[in-house]
Design a protein around this ligand. Structure first.
Ligand code: GDP
Length: 200
């Protein structure tokens, strides 16, 4: 699972503007500040990639990156901006719903979950929505290198709590991977996982 080349292809404002292509793709989704740009950088070892999608104006777009000329990584707008009013927080849905429901080449959504904080309602809601719509998910837990914070729990405890809620409340059992963009943990596993899903 080696990454030889990554090229930015396109930013799209609507699902129907996405590249017309048969090649498989993985969408990366998560709360703002979850570590999405860091993970994308760690995956592809290339700074410019996520930076492109972080440029003002590009964060609310669907950004397609072609990897090894054979599959796409798709950077989706983050959700749950701390400063956004309550009503706007779940708005990611109306923007990306159309993409999720109509993108035939979507292999799976990499749903990023911050392992350094307790389970967040908005992440659970997101997993639930994807699950109910039969969209394959892989939970990618980020920041697993973080040590226990004052009064907080360790990443593995937060992950266990999150999985427990998912198991008890929703009928989905997605695969999951622990990662850290700081230590590189989980990088090879995630790349291998994606290559296995592509060839399935
Ligand atoms: P994004 O908004 O989801 O793209 O998040 P960023 O990649 O910009 O990261 C948000 C913050 O979390 C930054 O301060 C990063 O340095 C930090 N961060 C991201 N990934 C990790 C990680 O794996 N471990 C630790 N300890 N911090 C991380």
């Amino acid at each position: 699972a080696r990454i030889k080349g990554v090229e930015f292809v396109k930013s799209s404002g609507r699902a129907k503007d996405c590249p017309k292509d048969d090649r498989p793709e993985f969408a990366i989704l998560g709360r703002s500040n979850v570590g999405k740009s860091s993970l994308i950088n760690a995956l592809v070892h290339k700074k410019e990639i996520a930076l492109t999608s972080k440029k003002p104006g590009k964060t609310q777009l669907i950004n397609h990156f072609l990897v090894n000329k054979s599959w796409y990584l798709v950077d989706l707008p983050g959700y749950g901006f701390a400063k956004a009013p309550e009503a706007a927080k779940m708005d990611w849905c109306s923007f990306t719903k159309e993409y999720f429901l109509n993108r035939d080449t979507l292999v799976a959504v990499l749903l990023l979950i911050d392992a350094s904080v307790p389970p967040q309602k908005i992440d659970l809601d997101c997993a639930n929505w994807l699950g109910r719509n039969n969209i394959p998910i892989t939970f990618v837990f980020t920041k697993c290198d973080k040590m226990k914070v004052a009064k907080g729990k360790r990443p593995d405890e937060n992950i266990r709590d999150f999985q427990e809620i998912i198991r008890q409340n929703y009928k989905i059992h997605p695969p999951w991977i622990m990662t850290s963009s700081v230590s590189g943990m989980g990088r090879d596993e995630l790349l291998l996982h994606m290559s296995q899903l592509r060839n399935y």
